[in-house]
Design a protein. Structure first.
Length: 211
């Protein structure tokens, strides 16, 4: 199972610091953006500085995915794709048209739909086969540092009973729950608070050893 460091920050300086901490060992980095409308929180929303790591000349070897906890995520696709992001995970809760979002994102990179902890799988209206992945939140989207909700395990099983598309889980992932998540059929996990709550490489290796 792939362990993906997650970054949710208000300032570029903090984002860059965390990218530098994980770039020696991570393959993918998960960037959270929140607009203050989806949730009562706001993050850094300018894609331009990321080109330092995403442009071909940067040679970072990192793959960036964008987790859009925003109103009307389709409006963010072009500028973040231009900044070099390769995977786009849009929340359906404030999405005007799921089919339109998926169709546009497919032209720009990989696409996944994300659902909040309280949202049911049935609210996804796009055929699963049209997606590259699905992101299931195991906390209420919008803030880092929340406690993992084990109810997500049943949602994981519900998805794996219906499709073979990769499932990613985000929220409260740590060394006490990652094995259960893997057993349920998850292929990648986003860890934010746990990885950056100690030595990032040691925390990352700890999760890897259990997954």
């Amino acid at each position: 199972m792939e362990i993906i460091p997650g970054i949710l920050e208000k300032d570029w300086s903090e984002i860059e610091k965390k990218i530098e901490l994980v770039r020696p060992f991570a393959n993918t980095i998960h960037i959270d953006i929140i607009d203050g409308k989806f949730a009562p929180n706001t993050t850094f929303l300018d894609p331009a500085p990321f080109k330092k790591y995403t442009s071909p000349s940067a040679g970072s070897g990192l793959f960036f995915e964008l987790h859009m906890m925003v109103e009307d995520p389709i409006s963010y696709l072009d500028k973040w794709a231009e900044a070099g992001f390769g995977r786009f995970l849009g929340h359906i809760e404030k999405m005007t048209d799921q089919v339109e979002f998926v169709a546009k994102a497919q032209l720009l990179g990989e696409v996944g739909l994300a659902i909040d902890m309280k949202t049911q799988i049935e609210e996804i209206k796009v055929p699963f086969e049209d997606l590259d992945s699905m992101l299931l939140m195991s906390v209420n989207a919008g803030f880092s540092g929340q406690k993992f909700n084990p109810a997500v395990i049943e949602k994981i099983k519900e998805v794996t009973d219906k499709t073979f598309i990769p499932i990613e889980v985000d929220g409260g992932i740590n060394d006490s729950n990652i094995f259960d998540i893997k057993q349920a059929g998850v292929l990648s996990c986003v860890s934010t608070g746990f990885i950056f709550g100690g030595n990032p490489q040691d925390q990352y290796k700890k999760l890897q050893s259990l997954s």
